[in-house]
Every structure is written in structure tokens, then in C-alpha cells.
Design a protein around this ligand. Structure first.
Ligand SMILES: Nc1ncnc2c1ncn2[C@@H]1O[C@H](COP(=O)(O)OP(=O)(O)OP(=O)(O)O)[C@@H](O)[C@H]1O
Length: 304
């Protein structure tokens, strides 16, 4: 669906993206992960031609992006930024309508679509459509930014640190809504983040970059089970235990888990247990808590 072949980008004498090749299948979410300045945003922006690659080729639906007018290309690609990029003097409705208008939709169709999107993003259309971005909270602005990107139902979505500016609670909530949103299920998504947990939570595939190069790409589990190099394992080292707990379902270590808890991962179960101020001898969850403890001992023992 999206293919980068030997793509590089040079600014002046600095090559900031070095000969990278990537393939993102239709309907897949690929997260570009890496330290600050490693070339994630540059890579993302080359896909919608906000930055032109210095060499190499990029294809979307098999078509070289250089063969398409950049304006037209961008109408088929939703783009979500950390600071939303909403136009401050446009209302929410006007912001969402930008691409549909360019595509010549009539106002009835635009209004219907805007209302439907706000509902899906848990914002009441009657309350929000006539507001200006400055009248919204950060989380609400981010939802409107997403609604704008999705308005014309583009098959491809590029997201640059979309949740980066939000406080942790709002961030978790929007991430969860993002995962549940049916609008996104069939989209091909490339998302930039430097948050390892976010990458593991949302990605089908992760591409880990460093100094303009790809260090590893693949499913999140592969980064834990089969890190490609010392760089990859040390990048994940501090987060490794949490990631392993997040990647293990509670039911995998506790076959007798209550059905209400069966969709929890071990990390979530651990946090619930800690929040309850768990008193082993008094708690009905005692056995589960012991199993979690043993699992962690086992993992930390394995990891030295
Ligand atoms: N227009 C530009 N002119 C010159 N150098 C640039 C330009 N845009 C980006 N760079 C440089 O390219 C490198 C990669 O930048 P990029 O924004 O792609 O990194 P990033 O991985 O997204 O970082 P961050 O997580 O901090 O946003 C950086 O060293 C940056 O300074």
C-alpha cells in the first residue's frame, strides 16, 4: 500500500534519512519510533510530499507519488499533527469541511459527515460544531484534528506525535478511543512517536530508527523476542519488563482468571492489584497476585 524504496533526505550537507526501505500493508498501522532527531518526521512528511525525498522512490497504491500533483495527493492522505494545525479563525465545522469542500461535496453531505464524525469521537455536534479551536481543551482539539483528517475518508492517514501534547490521562483516553474507532480499522496509518509504550499499544508494525537509519522493523513482539541488535535491546531495556507484562494476557499466566478479567493484560492486572492496596491474606485476588509476582520474578530473573 505504501512503499519506500531506498529513500534518503539531505538538508545541506546533512543526510538525515539514509537509504531506508519500508513497506506498510493496506490497513496496517506502522509506528515510526526513535530518539529525537532520528528522522521520523522527515520520513513521514516525505510520504505526503511536504518534504521531497532527495533520492529513492515512494509509492502509494503502487503509484509513484512524484507522478501525482502534491495537492491532489494530499487530499487522499489524512494528516494529524501534535499541535493539531487547526485554523484558529475557522470554527470546528469549517475546519472539518476543508478537504470535503475542495472535493466539491455539497453542504448537506459535509454537515452529515461532520456530525457523524464528532459523534464517533464522543463530542456532541450541537455543542462543538460552532466553537473555535481556542474554546476547546487540548484533548477536544486533538479529536477535531482527527475528525478533520478523516473527513473525506482517506485510505491513508499520517500522524505526527498525535497525542504528544496531551496530559497522560487524556492521552490514555484518546489512545483507547483511537484503537476502538471503526473509521480507522481499514486505514493504512503511519504514526510517529518517541513513546515506546504508545508504539507497542497501537502498532501492527514498528520501525525503529536511529540517526536516519532503520534499526529494526516488524511486529512489536519481535522487538522483545528477537531484537536485531544491541542497539534495539538497549533502546527497549528500561521499558522491557513493562512491555513484556503488557504483551502477556492475564489468562496466559492464570488459567482460573475470572471472566471479567480475562481481557486484561498482566500490566493492567498488576496496576489494579496495586491500586487496591492489596492485602494478600484478605484478598480474593491473592492467587492472581501471587501468579503475577512469580511471573515478574521469572522475567526479571531471565533478564538478569
Ligand atoms: N528543514 C530542515 N532543514 C535542515 N535540517 C532539518 C530540517 N528538518 C529537519 N532537519 C533535521 O533533520 C533531522 C531529523 O529531523 P526530524 O524532525 O525528522 O526528526 P524526528 O525523529 O522527527 O525528531 P523529533 O522526535 O524530535 O521530532 C534533525 O537533525 C533535524 O534538525
Amino acid at each position: 500500500m505504501i512503499r519506500l524504496e531506498n529513500v534518503s533526505k539531505t538538508f545541506g550537507s546533512d543526510t538525515v534519512v539514509k537509504n531506508i526501505s519500508l513497506e506498510i500493508a493496506e490497513g496496517e498501522t506502522m509506528v515510526l519510533l526513535g530518539t529525537s532527531g532520528c528522522g521520523k518526521t522527515t520520513t513521514l512528511r516525505m510520504i505526503n510530499r511536504l518534504i521531497e525525498a532527495s533520492s529513492g522512490q515512494i509509492f502509494i497504491h503502487g503509484q509513484n507519488i512524484l507522478d501525482q500533483n502534491p495537492e491532489i495527493l494530499r487530499r487522499g492522505i489524512g494528516y494529524v499533527l501534535q499541535n493539531t494545525g487547526l485554523f484558529p479563525h475557522y470554527t470546528v465545522a469549517e475546519n472539518i469541511a476543508i478537504v470535503p469542500k475542495l472535493l466539491g461535496w455539497d453542504s448537506e453531505k459535509i454537515n452529515k459527515r461532520s456530525g457523524e464524525l464528532l459523534e464517533k469521537l464522543h463530542l456532541k455536534p450541537g455543542e462543538f460544531l460552532n466553537k473555535y479551536p481556542s474554546e476547546l481543551s487540548g484533548g477536544q482539539q486533538q479529536r477535531i484534528g482527527l475528525a478533520r483528517a478523516l473527513a473525506a475518508d482517506p485510505p491513508v492517514l499520517l500522524m505526527d506525535e498525535p497525542f504528544g501534547a496531551l496530559d497522560p490521562i487524556t492521552r490514555n483516553k484518546i489512545q483507547k478511543d483511537f484503537k476502538d474507532l471503526d473509521e480507522l480499522k481499514n486505514k493504512t496509518i503511519v504514526m510517529v512517536t518517541h513513546d515506546v509504550y504508545e508504539a507497542f499499544e497501537l502498532a501492527d508494525k514498528i520501525c525503529l530508527m536511529d540517526k536516519g537509519e532503520i534499526k529494526q522493523q516488524g511486529a512489536p513482539e519481535e522487538f522483545l523476542s528477537n531484537p536485531a541488535s544491541h542497539f534495539v535491546s538497549s533502546f527497549l531495556k528500561e521499558q522491557r519488563l513493562q512491555l513484556e507484562l503488557q504483551n502477556t494476557m492475564l489468562s496466559a499466566i492464570d488459567p482460573g482468571v475470572m471472566s471479567s478479567d480475562s481481557n486484561l493484560n498482566v500490566w493492567e492486572a498488576l496496576n489494579i492489584s496495586l491500586k487496591k492496596g492489596h492485602k494478600p491474606e484478605e484478598s480474593a485476588d491473592f492467587e492472581t497476585a501471587e501468579l503475577i509476582k512469580n511471573f515478574i520474578r521469572h522475567k526479571t530473573g531471565n533478564n538478569g
